[in-house]
Design a protein around this ligand. Structure first.
Ligand SMILES: C[S@@+](CC[C@H](N)C(=O)[O-])C[C@H]1O[C@@H](n2cnc3c(N)ncnc32)[C@H](O)[C@@H]1O
Length: 280
C-alpha cells in the first residue's frame, strides 16, 4: 500500500514537501490545515500516478511547472454570483441603507469594501451590484470602491476580464441582469457602471496586510482551509482593517475565533454577519 492510499500521515515526508515549497517558492503550505493539504496533494498524486510525497518532491525537481499546479490544487476557486443569496438580501436591504445613513450623518462620502479571497470575481461584483441597488438614487452622492484580492493570479485575470459563460447567469437576480449585464453570444459582460467601482489585486492573506480601512469585508469560504493560528491572525487583521461600525461577512461554515468574536457585535448569526462597534 502507498502512503496516500493507506490514508496514513507520513509526517516527515509531508514536512519535506512543505519545506521544499517554502524554500523554493516562498509559499507556506504549513499555514493550511494539514488534513486539507494531504487531501489535495493526494488527489494530485493520483492523477500523476505517484505513490508517495517523496516521489512528488523528486517530481517537483524535474518539473518546475508543477509548483503552479500545486498552487492550483490548493486554491479552489469555486464560487458563484450571489452565493448564499440571503447574505446579499440582508446586505442590500439592511446593511447598505444603515451604512449610507451613517455616512451622511458623518459627511463622509467614501465607501470602501473588500472581498478577501475573491476567486474569479463573482463575489466583489455581486457586492457592487447590491451596493448600487441599495444606493438607488444616491449613487452620485457616494464614492464606492470595492477591492477584490486573491492569491491566485489566474483567477484574478478572469475577475479582471469581467466576462463569464452564460451558465453563470442564472445566479444573478433578473432585476440585476437587466441593469448590470450585457449579453454577448455565449458569454456575458458585467457593465462598466459596475466594473468601474471594482479593482483587483494579488494578495496572500498569510503575509500581506491591507492598506485601507474598510466599511465592509467579505471573506467567505476561504479560511476554513487555514490552521487555527492563521485563522485567528487573519481575523485579527480584518478587525484592524475595519472602520468603526464596519461589517464583517463570513461564510456559513466559518467561525469567529472567540478572541475576535468578543470584540464584534452579531448582526445575523445564520449568515455570519458581524459589526465592529461604533464606540470603542
Ligand atoms: C472557494 S474560493 C472562495 C471565493 C468566494 N469568496 C466565495 O465564497 O464564493 C477560495 C479562494 O481563496 C483563495 N485563497 C486560498 N489561499 C489563499 C491565501 N493564502 N491568500 C489569499 N487567497 C487565498 C483561493 O485562491 C480561492 O480563490
Amino acid at each position: 500500500m502507498t502512503d496516500v492510499e493507506a490514508g496514513r500521515v507520513y509526517r516527515g515526508n509531508l514536512t519535506r514537501l512543505i519545506d521544499k515549497v517554502r524554500n523554493e517558492r516562498g509559499f507556506d503550505l504549513g499555514q493550511y490545515r494539514q488534513a486539507y493539504v494531504e487531501r489535495r496533494v493526494a488527489s494530485r498524486l493520483r492523477s500523476l500516478d505517484l505513490h508517495s510525497y517523496r516521489q512528488y518532491v523528486d517530481y517537483l525537481d524535474g518539473h518546475p511547472d508543477e509548483y503552479g499546479e500545486l498552487l492550483n490544487i490548493l486554491t479552489i476557486n469555486v464560487t458563484d454570483f450571489y452565493r448564499d443569496s440571503p447574505v446579499y438580501d440582508i446586505f442590500r436591504r439592511r446593511i447598505v441603507p444603515d451604512m449610507l445613513d451613517e455616512k451622511l450623518r458623518r459627511r463622509n462620502r467614501m465607501i470602501r469594501a473588500w472581498s478577501a479571497g475573491c476567486a474569479t470575481g463573482q463575489e466583489p461584483y455581486s457586492m457592487t451590484m447590491s451596493f448600487l441597488d441599495g444606493m438607488a438614487g444616491h449613487t452620485e452622492s457616494f464614492l464606492l470602491s470595492v477591492t477584490g484580492t486573491d492569491l491566485d493570479p489566474k483567477a484574478l485575470a478572469i475577475a479582471q476580464a469581467a466576462t463569464y459563460d452564460i451558465d453563470k447567469l442564472s445566479h444573478i437576480p433578473k432585476t440585476h441582469q437587466v441593469k448590470y449585464i450585457e449579453m454577448d453570444g455565449s458569454v456575458f459582460h458585467i457593465k462598466p457602471e459596475v466594473t468601474k467601482h471594482v479593482r483587483f489585486r494579488q494578495m496572500n492573506l498569510f503575509e500581506d496586510r491591507p492598506v485601507s480601512m474598510y466599511d465592509v469585508i467579505f471573506c467567505r469560504n476561504v479560511f476554513i482551509y487555514f490552521t487555527r493560528e492563521q485563522q485567528e491572525r487573519i481575523l485579527d487583521t480584518f478587525w484592524s482593517a475595519l472602520s468603526r461600525g464596519g461589517y464583517l461577512v463570513l461564510g456559513r461554515s466559518e467561525k469567529l475565533a472567540p478572541s475576535v468574536a468578543a470584540r464584534l457585535e452579531l448582526v445575523d448569526g445564520r449568515e455570519r454577519i458581524y459589526r465592529k462597534p461604533i464606540r470603542p
